[in-house]
Design a protein around this ligand. Structure first.
Ligand SMILES: *Cc1c(COP(=O)(O)O)cnc(C)c1O
Length: 475
């Protein structure tokens, strides 16, 4: 295409539809019902800018009517894009249970209920019902958390990274923390645990080697500047083979003898033993506390199955020091988080977590249960779509993923539904599913779109059928 000269440019741009004309089109009038007039004007400007850019690049522009139609398409696309950026519900058919990009743990029904019915309006966040005076924030959730982990005390902040930053800032005191070279980990999304930790002003002193660190390595590195011994759970990777790392109890003992504190960042952490599901590597928080850790931090929205939060448990005097640090005020959580956490903790306390917490329920589904559900869904799909369907379904065995940096070596067996469409590529199908209502997020394996029902609730199955039926009509 030939780029127009300056004189031609002015001529071309004169053909751009005026904003006022664009605002009167049927597309604009439709969008305005949802967007309101102000956003619509913004969208119309965006659409006109796009059109102008196209014209300047030399696209044909003879017919004013045609240009107006193109502006209408741009305005509709800009609106759809704006809408898609907002938080909206998705069906996770990837089989990745703790999917960070899809919001990690889905909340339990009890947690949702508490969030909406107890916490969304006025509530007793910092109010003591007995004397009508101000009360300590988070007392209910902290009490439950301490009870669950056997710790003397607990504190809750925005996420586990915030917890690590706060603990090291409050306890490191500008001194040093000793950490094994095998534990300097990157969690994902460019988050490196040591980078956050160094923001605390505490210097990380690295000891041992990537695969082996002995108790004596820590011991020899202790100086008068040492404030903490630090253990970080390697989360999303494992070093296997010739490895060694001292356990919690020997590190706690060494810390005590040396008059420093022992802090464990357990990352995901488990409140109950999950070895039945192959997760025997996940540190059990109550065990770390029982073995003498002074303070332990972990996430609220990984294996715990609750809302985003950073949970800090440990010795009463240590937690008090952390709570008193001014940084705590900047990292504290909202009433919504406390309410969802309390309900989640409650399921563990009443020993109903495996039935009530979605993450644990999904984890405990067997391949046979998933095969039964997949077979049933496929037969309902075939019935709904009829004989002339463009879509084909096939069952295959496969593996789900825990995700969220937890238990990278554990891949529970599952049954996958592979979908193929005549004349439609896997990438196209995947894209259609993503942008449907509600969006269905799948995986592509060997050039086929696959759905894993492990992360799909039974209530979502009919919605998947409707999404696929609509897709079948439109492709
Ligand atoms: C996931 C993880 C974190 C970060 O937790 P967020 O709650 O996402 O901030 C920190 N440390 C470890 C070891 C982790 O696994």
């Amino acid at each position: 295409m030939k780029k127009p000269g300056h004189k031609d440019q002015t001529d071309i741009l004169r053909k751009l539809p005026p904003i006022d004309t664009l605002l009167q089109t049927s597309s604009a009038i439709d969008i305005k019902k949802e967007s309101g007039a102000r956003q619509l004007t913004f969208l119309a400007r965006t659409a006109t800018e796009l059109l102008r850019a196209e014209l300047l690049l030399g696209e044909k522009a003879d017919d004013r009517e045609e240009l107006l139609r193109r502006a209408e398409i741009h305005i509709r696309q800009a609106w759809a894009h704006q809408r898609s950026l907002r938080i909206h519900r998705l069906i996770n058919a990837t089989g990745v249970i703790i999917h960070t990009n899809l919001g990690r743990a889905p909340l339990s029904e009890k947690a949702k209920d508490a969030l909406i019915n107890e916490a969304s309006g006025y509530c007793n966040l910092e109010y003591n019902i007995r004397n009508g005076k101000r009360a300590k924030r988070g007392a209910g959730a902290e009490f439950l958390l301490a009870q669950l982990t056997g710790a003397e005390s607990a504190l809750i902040v925005n996420n586990c990274a915030a917890a690590a930053l706060l603990v090291l800032t409050a306890l490191g005191n500008g001194g040093e923390a000793i950490i094994s070279r095998g534990e300097l980990v990157e969690i994902g999304g460019d988050f490196r645990v040591p980078d956050v930790m160094e923001q605390s002003g505490t210097r990380l002193v690295e000891v041992g080697t990537t695969n082996r660190t002995k108790l004596a390595d820590y011991e020899e590195a202790i100086t008068e500047n040492t404030r903490l011994l630090l253990k970080v759970h390697p989360s999303n990777y494992r070093i296997i083979g010739f490895t060694e790392t001292p356990g919690i109890s020997s590190l706690s003992k060494l810390a005590k003898e040396s008059d420093v504190l022992f802090y464990e960042d357990a990352g995901s952490g488990a409140l109950i033993d999950l070895s039945d599901f192959g997760l025997s590597d996940e540190p059990l928080i109550s065990r770390s506390i029982a073995e003498g850790a002074d303070v332990v931090t972990f996430s609220g929205d990984k294996l715990l199955g609750g809302p985003q939060a950073g949970l800090i448990v440990g010795r009463e005097d240590v937690i008090r020091r952390i709570r008193k640090h001014p940084l705590y005020r900047a990292l504290r959580v909202s009433k919504l988080t406390y309410a969802a956490l309390e309900a989640t903790f409650d399921s563990f306390i009443t020993e109903t977590a495996l039935e009530n917490i979605p993450v644990l329920k999904m984890l405990s589904l067997t391949r046979e249960q998933l095969r039964e559900r997949a077979e049933d869904l496929v037969s309902r799909l075939r019935e709904r779509l009829g004989d002339n369907s463009y879509l084909d379904f096939e069952l295959m065995t496969g593996r789900s993923v825990i995700g969220g940096g937890s238990a990278p070596a554990v891949k529970p067996e599952t049954c996958l539904i592979a979908i193929s469409g005549k004349d439609t590529s896997a990438a196209q199908l995947d894209q259609h599913l993503r942008s449907s209502q509600p969006g269905v997020i799948s995986r592509i394996i060997d050039d086929r779109v696959v759905l894993d029902l492990r992360t799909v609730s039974e209530e979502e199955e009919p919605q998947i059928i409707e999404v696929l039926a609509k897709l079948d009509r439109n492709i």
